[in-house]
Design a protein around this ligand. Structure first.
Ligand code: T5A
Length: 222
């Protein structure tokens, strides 16, 4: 049995991550693949318990360092309880946010030390680096408009309510990550209609699925 594949979706608020994960998951299930859809913060019972503390803003008064440690604790549980076992059984795991969100939201716009962030990341993911990261790139003004339209009367969460300037910095930080790690990251223009965004994502995902399949074939043939 070949190993599974780990794909993460990143980007600003309302960029269309959840919409696109659903579309890709359905397409992969139709061709008979075992697919696991998950999200961060959360994805495992322990991490979901921490999600509320983070998104309600309850941890905000204690500073970005405290929040970064909580995200890392949640991620470690999510990786060990859910992601790693699924990838080991051969599933394709699609995660709505992962390590790049911490790099951007806590590291860059939280102004935390790069060494501190690298150490936390190492402990949290323990080698579980994504095979592919789709970065959905969108003008934050449009993303916030979409997120607000979808939310209706509910109040914005701890991160959504921040200033446009902060959201713009996050957009740049995601693009910087993509430029620094082109083997892992693919940037997709999220301002296109949903079916065009889905087609670009499918191209990137199938390329990685076929590459991992070829590697597995070579290992078997050795
Ligand atoms: N966070 C998270 C950190 O600070 N550090 C971390 O380490 C991690 C993991 C999570 C928050 O936590 C922060 C980042 C976040 O602020 P969340 O509630 O899980 O918050 O929400 P988000 O991940 O931000 O996702 P959103 O729910 O805001 O948006 P999505 O999933 O990107 O967008 P989606 O698919 O729900 O679409 C939004 C709306 O737009 C429409 C959809 O129909 C929907 O109504 N839409 C489109 N409209 C036009 N054209 C398109 N192409 C469209 N695609 C979708």
């Amino acid at each position: 049995m070949s190993r599974g594949i780990f794909i993460t979706f990143e980007g600003g608020e309302g960029a269309g991550k959840s919409t696109q994960i659903r579309t890709l998951a359905s397409a992969l299930e139709e061709i008979g693949r075992d697919v696991l859809v998950t999200r961060e913060p959360g994805g495992s019972p322990g991490a979901e318990a921490v999600r509320h503390v983070l998104l309600s803003g309850a941890a905000e008064p204690f500073g970005p360092g405290m929040e970064a440690v909580l995200f890392a604790a949640a991620r470690s549980d999510h990786v060990e309880q859910v992601i790693r076992p699924a990838v080991e059984r051969g599933a394709i795991v699609l995660s709505d946010r992962f390590l790049d969100s911490s790099r951007v939201y806590q590291g860059v716009t939280g102004n935390l030390e790069p060494d501190f962030m690298r150490t936390l990341e190492k402990v949290a993911i323990h080698g579980m680096t994504p095979d592919l990261t789709i970065i959905l790139d969108l003008d934050p003004e449009e993303g916030l408009r979409r997120a607000s339209a979808r939310r209706g009367d509910e109040i914005a969460d701890r991160y959504e309510k921040e200033t446009l300037a902060v959201h713009r910095r996050r957009r740049e930080a995601f693009l910087d990550i993509a430029a620094a790690e082109p083997e892992r990251c693919v940037v997709v223009d999220a301002s296109m209609p949903p079916d065009e965004v889905a087609a670009a994502i499918a191209d990137a995902a199938y390329a990685v699925i076929s590459r991992v399949g070829d590697e597995a074939g070579q290992e078997v043939g050795q």
